[in-house]
Design a protein around this ligand. Structure first.
Ligand SMILES: O=c1[nH]c(=O)c2nc[nH]c2[nH]1
Length: 454
């Protein structure tokens, strides 16, 4: 595994700065600064290419990706419940509100035990890095010590991470054994984690950032939501929460606040350029417009939608309206922590939205939204560039000024699952096969900010 800070990488691969157009890099020279930021990207037909290649090689600073390996931007997971890692693949057959109380809150409460947290979070971060997730937007738990530990581990292992202490103080919706004691505790604990992450001695490059994290409106009192909104305004930190996820969650907010989640979050000051709303399945037209105007983002979690949402996020409509959208695995509402599965899920559910699923209806009446399909290009865009835009961070593409977060996909790995055929697979057909068929053994190397992390 090669450190790439201060080096130039000679590589072929793919990225997608603009939605709809795959940019294929063939034998590109990517120069990476000592700070892990991309300085230049040169292609063989550009002036100075050969001279740069010779000079960097003579200095011993040229690193060449092997033939059969393809470079992709690091994958950005916009929705991960870090403490739910131990229950991946469990209890997906009950409704959200039952799942939370019977399984999820009891598990999250165990993070009061720091030894348990260390084991679980260590495995999670290693697993996600090995899966190509270079940036993760994490919900932690209500606990200060365990949330700090997650930040420490991300810094130690080199993962770019945005981490929120979960705020949940509503006694009507949160159990006694797992709840912030008061609105002040929810707000104060959030502030304490922000301070810890900002002052962390190993976080000079701001690899880890704090996030204001009201779990969702049902779990928070109005006093907590108000205080967290004020904090968001004063510190400019990212905000994450769940928005209109299921019939129950959406209906609860309509009943308690007499308005949708989006409208309510907006009036509390929780909807801004650095806000990421998970799910957002039940948005009204006006909600979509509000999210667009606020420049907030949606974390589309297609796999989890199938289990808990009673609906599917209208991705294509949101993209065409110009919303910022990225993808999330939603560990553990989604049972797999791989962004490749999130990409495949996004494509698959969009096809079902388009065709509809009821064979008793004639084909022309079966679909609620015609033209709602997305393809592998859109999915790849969302998992890379889209995630970077959602987070307002310079990640997700290979351009000067962007962080060198990347993965090398080895399409020749025998124990992997990609099979290329020279005469069939050219151009973005290779990317298509990678998106649909890559698995962990194909992920040869992962870099975050030029540092090898797998
Ligand atoms: O998918 C979900 N996972 C959660 O942990 C959660 N909490 C509130 N709403 C939620 N939805």
């Amino acid at each position: 595994m090669t450190h790439l800070r201060g080096k130039t990488l000679l590589a072929s691969g793919f990225h997608m700065p603009e939605r709809g157009t795959v940019d294929e890099l063939t034998d590109a020279l990517i120069a990476i600064g000592a700070d892990g930021v991309i300085q230049s990207v040169r292609r063989p037909d550009e002036a100075g290419y050969e001279a740069e290649k010779r000079a960097r090689s003579a200095e011993g600073n040229l690193v060449t990706l092997p033939t059969g390996s393809f470079l992709l931007p690091g994958l950005v997971d916009l929705h991960v419940h870090a403490p739910q890692y131990p229950q991946l693949g469990q209890a997906l057959d009950v409704p959200l509100e039952v799942w939370l109380h019977q399984y999820t809150f009891p598990l999250e409460a165990r993070y009061a035990d720091i030894a348990f947290a260390r084991r679980s979070y260590g495995l999670l971060v290693d697993d996600l890095l090995a899966s190509g997730t270079t940036t993760a937007l994490y919900f932690a738990t209500i606990h200060q010590d365990a949330s700090r530990l997650l930040a420490d581990l991300c810094l130690e292992r080199g993962q770019r991470a945005l981490i929120g202490k979960v705020a949940m103080d509503n006694p009507d919706q949160c159990p006694d054994y797992y709840r912030d004691a008061s609105p002040e505790a929810a707000i104060g604990g959030t502030q304490a984690l922000i301070d810890y992450i900002h002052a962390h001695p190993d976080n000079e490059e701001r690899l880890v950032r704090p996030v204001i994290t009201p779990r969702f409106i049902p779990s928070c009192t109005d006093a907590a939501l108000e205080g967290l909104g004020a904090l968001a305004r004063s510190c400019g930190c990212h905000v994450q929460t769940h928005c209109s996820e299921s019939d129950w969650a959406h209906g609860y907010v309509l009943e308690r606040h007499g308005m949708t989640d989006t409208e309510s979050l907006d009036r509390f000051g929780l909807l801004g350029r650095r806000s990421v709303l998970a799910h957002a399945n039940f948005l009204t037209r006006l909600d979509m417009e509000t999210i667009r105007v606020r420049q907030a983002a949606v974390a589309h979690c297609p796999v989890s939608n199938a289990y808990f949402a009673n609906a599917v996020f209208p991705l294509k409509a949101a993209l065409e309206k110009g919303l910022h959208v990225g993808l999330g695995t939603d560990i553990s509402g989604g049972p797999i922590g791989s962004m490749f599965d999130a990409m495949r899920g996004a494509i698959m559910v969009s096809r079902m939205l388009e065709t509809g699923t009821d064979p008793d209806l004639p084909p022309e009446a079966r679909s609620r939204q015609s033209n709602s399909r997305v393809d592998f290009r859109d999915a790849f865009y969302l998992a890379t560039t889209g995630g970077g835009i959602a987070l307002d961070l310079p990640i997700g593409r290979f351009e000067p000024g962007y962080q060198f977060d990347a993965l090398a996909i080895d399409t020749t790995a025998e124990n992997g699952t990609i099979r290329l055929w020279d005469d069939l697979d050219r151009g973005d057909a290779v990317l298509q096969k990678i998106v649909y068929t890559a698995s962990k053994p194909n992920i040869a190397t992962v870099w975050v900010s030029g540092r090898p992390v797998k």
